[in-house]
Design a binder for this molecule. Structure first.
Ligand code: ZN
Length: 264
């Protein structure tokens, strides 16, 4: 039977400080760590293909690059948040490990990766990182899993629906935590919404009311962040730091301290 020990002392609200990873007694091997999946958006132009597994099976989706410094900014945020979360004892898995993305993953492949991020099992939480012009989103927005949300192919009648009420409820609760953290750190109101609308006119391969990464990962509570760009060329170094801190604190407030399982 697994022995569980808290990996991080202190309150969940504290910024993750440098401290030793949770360890197993008497040299027992680690069998499990709390897994955080970080998804820095974009990274490659990939034509839509039909998902072959996961909750979006049969739905077309690809990936695209982005302007306004988004690809590079969110990748920086992901790497810095990953380092801090690992210091706090979490295992962190990224949806892409280079910028540009050498693997050229589609959105459905990124979602599927979250479903298996914990040694073949779903991650405990997934966090998408995006930026957009303030004219579009103000200081920022947060989307949570939209129970009943769907995507439908532009080219045929195939439709897939998000149907996991328990995960959707967790996702919403985590979104509320991220909203509180970001409201405080950014000093302004951050909107919180169930899913997001994707119009057929965007030619993404499918249209509907939930991001593909969420639809593809119906066993992972997902928090999808949009952060308003400081200028048209991207985030300032200050805003990058605010974004990093909001991810670390948002994770800690959502799922609590990292837990380490030890195999006797
Ligand atoms: Zn984006």
């Amino acid at each position: 039977m697994a022995v569980v020990t808290p990996a991080m002392a202190g309150t969940p609200g504290a910024v993750a400080a440098a401290r030793p990873l949770g360890a197993c007694a008497s040299g027992l091997p680690v069998s499990h760590r709390t897994v955080v999946f970080l998804d820095p958006g974009h990274g490659a132009n990939v034509a839509p293909t039909k998902a072959t597994s996961g909750g979006s099976t049969g739905i077309y989706s690809g990936e695209n690059t982005s302007g306004g410094g988004e690809d590079a900014n969110v990748f920086t945020v992901a790497l810095r948040a990953k380092a801090l979360l690992e210091q706090a004892g979490y295992k962190v898995v990224l949806s892409r490990t280079s910028n540009p993305d050498r693997l050229r993953r589609t959105l459905w492949q990124k979602g599927n990766a979250a479903e298996t991020a914990n040694s073949g099992k779903p991650a405990d939480i997934a966090v998408s990182l995006h930026t957009d012009a303030k004219a579009n989103i103000g200081a920022g927005q947060i989307y949570y899993d939209n129970q009943g949300g769907y995507r439908q192919n532009n080219s045929n009648s195939t439709r897939r629906v998000f149907d996991n009420p328990a995960v959707a409820a967790k996702s919403k609760a985590y979104g509320v935590q991220f909203q509180k953290v970001r409201n405080s750190l950014q000093g302004t109101w951050i909107g919180l919404y169930a899913g997001h609308h994707f119009a057929a006119s965007r030619n993404l391969g499918s249209y509907g009311t939930i991001p593909i990464v969420m639809l593809s990962a119906q066993h992972v509570p997902w928090v999808y962040n949009e952060f308003g760009r400081t200028t048209s060329s991207g985030l300032s170094s200050h805003d990058i730091s605010v974004y990093v801190t909001s991810v670390v604190r948002g994770v800690e407030h959502s799922i609590g301290p990292a837990v380490v399982g030890c195999t006797p």
